[in-house]
Design a binder for this molecule. Sequence first.
Ligand code: NAD
Length: 306
Amino acid sequence: MKILVATEKPFSPVAIRQIREVTEAAGYELALLENYTDTSLLLDAVSEADGLIVRSDKVTGEVIKAAKNLKIVIRAGAGYDNIDLQACTDNNVIAMNTPGQNANAVAELVFELILFKIRGGFSGKTGSELRIKTIGLHGFGNVGKYVADIARGFGMDIYAYDPFVSERIMKNNSAKQCTNIFEMYSRCQYISLHMPFNDRTRKSVGYELISRMPQNGVLVNTARKELIDEEGILKAFEERDDLSYLSDIEPDCKSVFEDKYKGRYLFTAKKMGAQTEEANINAGAAAARQIVDYFTKGVEKYRLNK
Ligand code: NAD
């Protein structure tokens, strides 16, 4: 059995060691394709693989077709918008993700971005505090829950909107349920996005929501840039000079922020929410275990293409 780890942005060495330990203990052969810059290299490497582990790498229909022996692909991470699930299904390939394994890393980044911003980039300028401030979590899955946990430590007033999560679960995680998304944006000075990117959520955060935020509103996006309607956010920024946008990955309209909204944005140069040693180890080792569990026991717990 051949397992390929294909990562444009590699796992940390210690994560690779763990993936190797798990796969080799099961008697599988592990191959690495790291830092590849051309899809042709992936198409070539995947041709012999029975199992594939990726991070944000695009697993398109072309990749699936080139992988003649492939039975399972694991996205070591939460969001799986980089995997063509239909192509997997059409070619009898099981697709899974590793939910929750990098959630704490992303949640910590939310506060790293916020704290840097509200303390003026640690410049010595007078900043502001988080205690008793309102935060609204748009999406209350694994990351949202960790964010609530940290926000509680800061003494924040926490709200959450997630049509698929019950009020009881929110309450157990210190968040008050909002059933109306407009109400949450109107109420919360801080809004943090934690829903997946899909056809329903594409560009779903735009002018109508952002323009309702209270004075000194801060929108934090560690989910996906595609959730934002960029025309809408630019319109809101044009009308109000008190809003800020912090994002784990640059928006397409970054140059407009650079030209017009200095001091009101913070964008990581590369997506780095899950880029901690711990998250790498958790997600990488979970991916390897899920492959072994699938081949040896038929476990399909985190299957995405049912
Ligand atoms: P998750 O699947 O545990 O939680 C997502 C939550 O969003 C679920 O509770 C779901 O019910 C909710 N949701 C779905 N549609 C919604 C909608 N229309 N409105 C409100 N809520 C909705 O995922 P997670 O681990 O919490 O991660 C959330 C997202 O963060 C991922 O989908 C991924 O895109 C992104 N992410 C980014 C990084 C990074 O490196 N920056 C790392 C991990 C995850």
